[in-house]
Design a binder for this molecule. Structure first.
Ligand code: SF4
Length: 403
């Protein structure tokens, strides 16, 4: 395997960062470059490796009874035979797990030690038009990684472990019918010249889901049978097991990138940025289309120099075959007051970057939460500047959209 193995550190800790004296996670200093961690043994699935087990040392599985009894549910439970299984009526309202009270000091740990099994009730595909043509009903909700800015927990509270939806067959059946109703894509757009693009990972990270079960594999295999469609998902985790799925060009992996010094502070439990870059050629050679998400762009003193350095690095290390097919999305940071307050309790240094009232404006969402984003002129200037940096340092990188 030409890039370093991925996953948690090799310290024996079950987190990717150090713990301070109070047991709070502190991002490890000096990480972010290719790590010397041993690769998974050739032939053994990465998800059976010690590194994968350290990222997901599952101790508790909350399960809807039907989900636990389903083939996918049984598969997940068999992977974690030591875990205590607690029956719940709904994967949405689990007392003591969702919401923030009581979990603030351990909500990152909860992400690795807890899984939820449920059945996806709503099978709706929504139009998008930016990252993808369509947002598919995803195979999961929640994530074992712990990006400080993650928007996924906004609806559940911030202890937000992976919920695996066990009725993957119904999700795939729904997608097949949706695609059949659409027929071929009538004209090219920035999402794709000929395929309908479905984002399959809106509320999680499909590479991490693949450590738990075959939902991601099933979706990749489904899309390779659909010549008018393409799956797409963003990821911050390099899971070598995905290289064996033979996607035949029908799945687009979007490696999310930001300057490593920001990532070390904000992207907890993820693969280092250099590993994501180093994996691009392998994923292309394995049959994926490989794009990049330049996101989130976090404004701070020196951001332009550090993004320029990242873009120069892409230009230096990516082979021509990756560059020829690459494209990028640029997404400026959005944040949320409730998440800000939670983060202050466990990771205040992240908030020094993320919470910048002088640069940001608020917008009340339908559920009353206050979401923030950069002020209109600040954002417009930053997007223009980032486009200039891409043109100067990675001129081969087509920007599909920026917002
Ligand atoms: S990888 Fe994505 S889904 Fe997971 S914590 Fe980070 S931003 Fe959230």
């Amino acid at each position: 395997m030409p890039y370093p193995s991925v996953g948690p550190d090799s310290s024996g800790s079950d987190t990717l960062f150090d713990l301070d004296a109070l047991g709070h996670p502190v991002p490890a200093e000096g990480g972010g470059g290719p790590s010397p961690r041993p690769a998974a043994t050739e032939g053994d699935p990465f998800r059976d490796s010690a590194a994968a087990r350290r990222l997901l040392p599952v101790r508790t599985v909350y399960a809807e009874p039907a989900a636990a009894a389903s083939p996918r549910g049984r598969e997940v439970l068999a992977r974690f035979p030591e875990a205590e299984v607690i029956e719940v009526d709904s994967h949405w309202r689990i007392p003591g797990l969702y919401g923030n009270e009581g979990n603030l000091e351990r909500w990152v740990r909860v992400k690795g030690e807890t899984l939820v099994l449920g059945e996806r009730k709503s099978l709706a595909t929504r139009p998008n038009g930016r990252s993808a043509d369509w947002i598919a009903p995803g195979p999961s909700n929640g994530c074992a990684l712990a990006c400080a800015y993650c928007y996924v927990p906004r609806r559940k509270g911030y202890a937000n472990p992976i919920t695996v939806f066990t009725n993957i067959d119904r999700i795939i059946g729904h997608l097949g019918r949706h695609l059949a109703r659409l027929g071929p894509k009538p004209e090219a757009n920035q999402c794709d010249p000929s395929a309908w693009v479905y984002d399959i990972g809106e509320n999680g990270d499909c590479s991490v889901d693949a450590l738990v079960c075959d939902n991601t594999a099933d979706l990749v295999r489904a899309f390779r049978r659909w010549p008018t469609a393409k799956a797409s998902f963003a990821t911050k985790f390099v899971n070598p097991d995905l290289l064996a799925l033979d996607p035949r060009g029908r799945t687009r992996v979007r490696f999310s990138l930001m300057p490593p010094q920001d990532s070390r502070l904000l992207d907890l439990r993820t693969s280092p940025v250099d590993e994501r870059i180093a994996a691009a050629a392998d994923f292309l050679d394995a049959g994926y289309e490989v794009h990049f998400n330049l996101s989130p762009v976090v404004l701070r003193p020196g951001w332009e120099e550090d993004w320029a350095e990242l873009l120069r690095r892409l230009d230096d290390v990516l082979p021509e075959r990756v560059k020829r097919q690459a494209a990028a999305e640029v997404i400026m940071l959005t944040h949320n007051r409730e998440l800000h307050e939670v983060n202050l309790g466990w990771h205040p240094r992240a908030e020094e970057l993320l919470w910048q009232p002088a640069l940001q404006q608020g917008k009340r969402s339908e559920n009353g939460a206050l979401n923030v984003r950069y002020r209109n002129q600040v954002k417009a200037d930053a997007v223009r500047r980032l486009r200039e940096l891409v043109a100067a340092h990675s001129p081969w990188l087509r920007i599909r959209y920026a917002f």
